[in-house]
Design a binder for this molecule. Structure first.
Ligand code: DC
Length: 226
């Protein structure tokens, strides 16, 4: 990565509001936004869509490498296209979420997606969010942030989100799922979730969305000398 590339690398567990705050931050700074979770979701959606045997690692790698992935950050929203088809909503189903771990622990899958992520970051100032932005993908980023919040608050935010979308949600089941996913992501072999060296820790448990956004913008301006 060239020294001049300006990257804000944001990591943290699911449900911290990372994705929306990173997108809003990118908008505020005039940077590009990169949702790397969407890339793992897209690769997983593609494998499911083509009925690929989830035990066949080579086939999963081939499918990921063959994927034509397009991420469009437009005013109205963040849209994802795989092989020319819009999959923005399809990559967020529970089936996809539950299946991602089959792909995200295959080294060649990660290597391919990491390559795409670095190319994206090379193209211009970027706010990138995921699990390994500060540790693996952009270890030289001048601004690294680790976002966290208590599992209870994250579960409640998810319940509120589902209610706003008109759905029904079971708080206890969601809390259980969040805690299981946390443990799995922190303990996994490849790219375990952890605070990168030099990353600023921001606990959003008691913070509103606006307060988190202001804090992140302040950190980015300070670290990137904007
Ligand atoms: O951010 P998300 O919940 O949409 O991410 C979906 C999954 O993708 C997450 O469970 C772990 C995986 N992921 C990863 O392994 N590395 C990343 N940089 C981003 C996501």
């Amino acid at each position: 990565m060239s020294a001049a590339t300006q990257i804000v690398a944001i990591d943290g567990p699911a449900g911290t509001g990372k994705s929306s705050v990173a997108r809003a931050l990118a908008k505020r700074l005039g940077f590009r936004f990169l949702d790397t979770g969407a890339m793992y979701r897209a690769a997983t959606w593609r494998a499911l869509h083509h009925g690929i045997d989830l035990e066949d690692r080579d086939a999963l790698v081939d499918s990921t490498r063959a994927m034509q992935l397009e991420l469009r950050d437009e005013g109205a929203g963040f849209r994802v296209f795989v092989d020319g088809t819009e999959v923005t909503d399809d990559i967020r189903t529970r089936e996809v979420t539950r299946t991602i771990a089959r792909l995200d622990q295959i080294p060649e899958v990660r290597e391919h997606l990491v390559e795409l992520q670095r190319a994206y970051g090379e193209a211009g100032p970027t706010v990138a969010e995921g699990r390994d932005m500060g540790t693996i993908v952009f270890p030289n980023a001048s601004c690294k942030i680790f976002l966290d919040a208590s599992p209870e608050v994250r579960a409640q935010r998810r319940v509120d989100q589902i209610h706003r979308a008109g759905g029904e949600a079971d708080y206890d089941a969601i809390l259980h799922e969040i805690m299981e996913r946390d443990m799995a992501t922190r303990k996994r072999k490849l790219a375990p979730l952890k605070r990168a060296k030099g990353a600023e820790f921001v606990d959003t448990t008691e913070m509103t969305f606006e307060a988190v956004l202001d804090r992140l913008a302040e950190l980015a301006r300070e670290k990137l000398c904007l």
